[in-house]
Design a protein around this ligand. Structure first.
Ligand code: MG
Length: 162
């Protein structure tokens, strides 16, 4: 059995009056993330963790922010595509662990729904996805609510024969 780990990081700016897509769901928030796609920082970090584990480059390589096809795109599509790319190479997703870093809104009440939305896109059960959230203790750009950070690690496996 081959086992590989990957890590991902993403950051997006926050701006008043934008939709805030996070973990595949839309949050009630005065500010939302700015980006070429729907700017879902959690899904982007997760995609990079999975691609990194499989040594398949990164999300920008597969879904360039210069490509008009991806303007305003629902990031759930990217996660589904990344899962498909990994499956093509024989990789099975074992688990993922994510950390969000932002001051507002509070994320904990939304974590069960995020897991429900993300699990089927990754062909795993909710048990295999962990999502955690922390503030940045008001420090730096995250603390000033100018941006949101997401970190993810993922473990994947395949039989030696593949
Ligand atoms: Mg991004």
């Amino acid at each position: 059995m081959k086992i590989r780990v990957g890590m991902g990081f993403d950051v997006h700016q926050l701006e008043e009056g934008r939709d805030f897509w996070l973990g595949g769901i839309k949050l009630e928030s005065a500010k939302g993330a700015v980006g070429h796609s729907d700017a879902d920082v959690l899904i982007h970090a997760l995609c990079d963790a999975l691609l990194g584990a499989a040594n398949l480059r990164d999300i920008g390589f597969h879904f360039s922010n210069k490509d008009e096809r991806w303007r305003g795109k629902d990031s759930k599509f990217f996660l589904q595509e990344v899962t498909r790319l990994l499956a093509e190479k024989g990789w099975k997703i074992e688990n993922a662990d994510c950390t969000l870093c932002l001051e507002n809104p509070k994320i904990n009440p939304h974590i069960p729904e995020m897991k429900r939305v993300l699990a089927p896109l990754m062909n795993v059960t909710e048990e295999e996805i962990s999502i955690k959230a922390t503030t940045n203790e008001t420090l730096g750009y995250v603390g000033r609510e100018e941006g949101v950070n997401a970190y993810a690690v993922a473990l994947i496996s395949k039989p030696d024969a593949l």
